[in-house]
Design a protein around this ligand. Structure first.
Ligand code: GP9
Ligand code: MN
Length: 623
């Protein structure tokens, strides 16, 4: 027994020390917000599995060699942690592989690295120092450990990881498949597992990228250009050089528009706005697991998001022809307002890639206990606090506002409730009406302020719902509200989100073409008189009279003028009843092609080839 203890003592000490140190740094240094006991517990256990696994390898050695390996691993673990600490001091974020190799980032860091490092930082290596001292004074050398014992250490590490992941999944479902936020990953699986995961994801993307063939883009280009319709010339340039406000209406579905609950109007302001705007009642969201970020991706690129994961996370290093980049070439200043952590959905990185000039994240706002609810700053405060920034932006500007209050779980302080919650069996749906009503008021107040600031006349306003707020889990309450059964056909129809284009001085009109978020970019660019038809994108101008009514969802369901295809069934739109598959067949092929080609562009990072080719052509023509 004594011998066994001696065999393991240094291994155990090193494991415990690195584990506890990592926990303390995560909790107190990275300031990871913890909402409940379970999250505290997850954070506590999250480093242990990897720490155990790595030190487990030292058991293959004995005697002095083992001690040296223990020191080595302890040092490497500490360096990884310390690198994150230094990075965090500067960027308030965690290291990712691509960011590490991004010269611009490292350039910033390089010049100030000495300011970021303090002598007192030696405390972050305290465990390594303790180990050195212990090894010096303890004369007993660890002996041989049996293979079986090593195997059980690895098995324990694996089991601990499984427990960790299981608990994390209950706190944040689909943590690894969706990937929300670096902070969330570190909070749930610990800093070391996070790095392993990051390396895995990045290498996978890099491999796909390396395998891509530059000729692929030619076929894709031919396809998209052949399928593109001419934009409506009557609308070309009608908003030339105007400021553009894009307002993302969190979780807002179209069914709340012009509707009431218990006699209360749900969106009085939007209803009124629509009467003097272009309003598209057959407009669908096309997002996948990346939710809000997927909708932003569709908006800026007119490419489809990915079938799994959030493209903002998985392919933020690709080359894109983002709308901000294009608008910048045309003299626009581009920015985003969103009162959330900048790394959520990897926005800080992706916004750089897309070419945004400025991201006003949570740190640009004064967020207190009183002015926040649910996910953070209340929409009304968010809009109001943004005024001081927006009025000083260089004009013309393109700016995107992302609201937050109307987000699951749809909570709201009593004093902000303009209509009471409903009373079905779904608390979620009941509260949803109240938070939508609140958001509507916040948008109304924002418009008033924009008018007061004299910004209104020179601007256009694009409002869109990002994705559904009420999932199919609430079908029962939903059918009670809609007074009809929510069949798969109805579920597909419920994916409609508001799309409103408000141009001051224009009367507006209801335009009933079937379209989706993929169409936003070509529509907006045409209004601004910017010709981007040399770019590769999948949408079409929503005003165009030549367009065919069409929207494909990320799961392959689609909507046309007369049919709805979902869950392998073709429905007749007029009756809502099942019809022969042959009606849907031609569109099915079109849908699959669209999604497939768009995916290939992203997986292979194909736009890098396209742009090179374009530049070459340009050069030759200039000769
Ligand atoms: C988070 C906000 C909401 O920043 O955009 O995210 P969601 O869960 O809707 O994607
Ligand atoms: Mn959202």
């Amino acid at each position: 027994m004594k011998k066994t203890l001696a065999n393991y003592s240094m291994f155990l000490t090193a494991t415990v020390l690195l584990w506890i140190k990592t926990y303390f740094v995560s909790k107190f240094y990275f300031n990871i917000p913890l909402e409940n006991k379970m999250q505290q517990f997850i954070l506590l256990i999250s480093p242990i599995s990897t720490v155990l696994l790595f030190f487990g390898f030292t058991l293959f050695f004995s005697g002095k060699a083992r001690n040296r390996m223990i020191l080595f691993i302890s040092f490497i673990g500490s360096i990884i942690l310390y690198a994150n600490i230094v990075f965090y001091r500067f960027f308030n974020d965690f290291i990712t592989i691509p960011v590490l190799f991004q010269t611009s980032n490292m350039g910033d860091l390089g010049s100030s690295i000495f300011e970021l490092i303090n002598v007192t930082d030696i405390v972050f290596f305290i465990d390594v120092i303790i180990l050195v001292v212990l090894m010096k004074f303890i004369s007993a050398k660890p002996g041989h450990v049996t293979k079986k014992q090593v195997a059980s250490v690895f098995a324990a590490a694996l089991a601990l990881f499984a427990v960790n992941l299981g608990l994390a999944e209950t706190e944040r479902p689909q943590l690894l498949t969706r990937t929300f936020d670096r902070e969330m990953l570190i909070k749930n699986i610990g800093v070391y597992n996070y790095h392993i995961y990051d390396i895995f994801m990045q290498s996978r993307a890099q491999a796909q990228r390396a395998l891509a063939d530059s000729s692929e883009i030619v076929d894709i280009e031919n396809y998209v250009k052949a399928n593109r319709v001419k934009p409506n010339e009557n609308f070309t340039g009608i908003a030339k050089d105007k400021n553009v406000f894009v307002i993302v209406l969190e979780s807002t579905q179209d069914f709340v528009i012009n509707n009431t609950v218990d006699g209360e109007v749900i969106t009085p302001f939007l209803n009124e706005l629509i009467t003097e705007s272009y309003y598209f009642p057959n407009f669908y969201h096309q997002t996948g697991q990346g939710k809000t970020s997927d909708s932003e991706f569709l908006l800026e690129n007119s490419l489809y998001p990915l079938p799994s994961g959030a493209v903002f996370f998985t392919h933020s290093q690709n080359e894109y022809d983002g709308m901000p980049k294009k608008l910048k070439e045309e003299g626009y200043y581009t920015s985003v307002f969103h009162a959330n952590n900048k790394s959520f959905w990897n926005r800080d990185v992706m916004y750089d890639t897309l070419g945004y000039d400025r991201f006003y994240d949570v740190n640009s706002f004064n967020v207190t206990e009183e002015n926040s609810i649910g996910w953070g700053l209340k929409d009304d405060d968010f809009f109001q606090q943004s005024i001081k920034y927006v009025k000083n932006l260089p004009q013309p500007f393109y700016t995107k506002y992302i609201t937050l209050t109307n987000h699951f779980p749809f909570t709201l302080d009593e004093e902000d409730q303009l209509i009471p919650p409903w009373d079905s069996n779904s608390g979620t749906l009941n509260r949803y009406f109240t938070t939508v009503r609140y958001m509507d008021e916040a948008v109304k107040n924002f418009f008033e302020r924009i008018k007061e600031e004299g910004l209104y006349e020179d601007s256009i306003f694009i409002l869109y719902g990002d994705h559904y707020g009420i999932s199919e889990n609430h079908n029962k309450a939903m059918s009670q509200f809609l007074e009809k059964e929510v069949t798969p056909f109805e579920s597909a129809q419920l994916q409609k989100v508001p799309f409103i284009i408000h141009i001051p001085g224009h009367e507006g009109k209801v335009i009933d073409t079937v379209g989706g978020q993929i169409d936003m970019k070509p529509t907006i660019l045409n209004l601004l008189g910017i010709d981007a038809r040399d770019q590769i994108y999948f949408g079409n101008d929503l005003f165009s009279e030549e367009r065919s009514d069409f929207a494909v969802f990320r799961d392959g369901s689609f909507i046309t003028k007369d049919y709805v295809y979902t869950k392998n069934i073709c429905y007749d739109k007029a009756t809502g009843l099942e019809t022969e598959m042959e009606h849907c067949e031609p569109y099915k092929e079109k849908s699959e092609t669209h999604l497939d080609l768009s995916d290939r562009i992203i997986y292979g990072d194909l736009l890098r080839f396209f742009n090179k080719e374009e530049q070459l052509l340009l050069k030759n023509s200039q000769k």
